[in-house]
Design a protein around this ligand. Structure first.
Ligand SMILES: [Cu+2]
Length: 168
């Protein structure tokens, strides 16, 4: 977890650097920032949910807000999404969960996650806030289908959507 000193620096630096468009890594933990991910259907699910798509937006200046909007999913179904530490072209797409403390548990309090239930037309949205601040190990956002749906579709992977985080 970032120290109080780092968080104070984040606010000051974010203001000082706004609009400069430099080459700094936007996910530097000392800067905070804003990122977006265009979520695309994974190859595993492309036959089942060919129109699945969405976006995830993350804003972080000391604390973090994540907003997710998706369409083309199964109706009335509970999905989960996390910030992940791998790119979407990895196998599996998105790698593992991004852990705020890399040596900590892969569990609530050390990961950024959202849950949502889709409408009867397969549309879903969610907003979550977190005290965790993504750093340069955060690479993507992954949406997971529930186990029951994954099994009923005969798939091995529950990863429906993945999007690489890009700075905005
Ligand atoms: Cu995940």
């Amino acid at each position: 977890m970032p120290s109080i000193r780092a968080l104070t620096a984040a606010v000051v630096l974010a203001g000082a650097l706004a609009g400069c468009g430099g080459d700094e890594d936007p996910k530097d933990p000392d800067l905070g920032g804003a990122w977006t991910a265009n979520l695309a259907v994974t190859s595993a699910w492309s036959g089942v949910a060919p129109r699945a798509t969405g976006t995830a937006d993350i804003s972080s200046t000391g604390s973090t807000s994540v907003t997710l909007a998706v369409t083309g999913l199964a109706p009335g179904t509970d999905y989960m999404a996390h910030v992940h530490d791998g790119a979407c072209d990895e196998d599996p797409p998105g790698g593992g969960h991004w852990l705020a403390d890399p040596d900590g548990e892969d569990a609530a309090g050390n990961i950024i996650e959202l849950s949502f239930t889709t409408s009867d037309t397969g549309v879903g949205s969610a907003t979550a806030s977190s005290r965790l601040v993504p750093d340069d190990r955060a690479e993507s956002v992954v949406v997971h289908a529930p186990e029951a749906l994954t099994q009923s579709e005969g798939l091995d992977s529950d990863r429906v959507l993945c999007g690489d985080l890009e700075d905005v």
